[in-house]
Design a protein around this ligand. Structure first.
Ligand code: MG
Length: 158
């Protein structure tokens, strides 16, 4: 068994679609980033890479590389999972926390699980998602950013 931890934060700005957990959420602002800015998927990717000893998302998909400009983060996750499967890892479960003042994310968790679970090769019950506000404090509390933490458990197939 191998455990991994990932964290990511992206700024929320006007004029961008909001992608979180692979799902587009109707909102007045979206996450700024070289890719689609999906901080939840990025935190998951870093947790997966950390658990498998593969470094981090910045090393695997440099934001200086035009090939990754505007890329859907789900595509990056797909590539990371292919790499893990090649190393004979399987995901046992993942768990994540999203800190966002708005919008309310609970109504989108079912869609996120439905999107992420098949990519991770697990059932929806093995994908934990929780939303917290930042109690109005700091950049996140002012609606200027969204932060995500994710842990994953991998099993190495014998
Ligand atoms: Mg990121």
């Amino acid at each position: 068994m191998r455990i991994g931890l990932g964290y990511d934060l992206h700024r929320l700005v006007r004029g961008r679609p909001l992608f979180l957990g692979g799902v587009e959420i109707p909102w007045e602002k979206g996450l700024l980033g070289h890719s689609d800015g999906d901080a939840l998927v990025h935190a998951l990717i870093d947790a997966l890479l950390g658990a498998s000893g593969e470094g981090d998302i910045g090393a695997c998909f440099p934001d200086t590389d035009p090939a990754f400009r505007g890329i859907r983060s789900l595509e990056l996750l797909r590539r990371v999972m292919a790499r893990l499967r090649k190393k004979r890892f399987r995901v046992v479960n993942v768990d994540a926390v999203v800190a966002a003042e708005a919008p309310k994310l609970g109504p989108y968790f079912a869609a996120m699980k439905k999107t992420l679970a098949p990519l991770l090769g697990v059932s929806g019950r093995a994908v934990g998602l929780k939303a917290k506000t930042n109690e109005g404090t700091g950049l996140i509390g002012r609606g200027g950013a969204i932060a995500c933490w994710a842990v994953v458990l991998l099993e190495e197939k014998g």
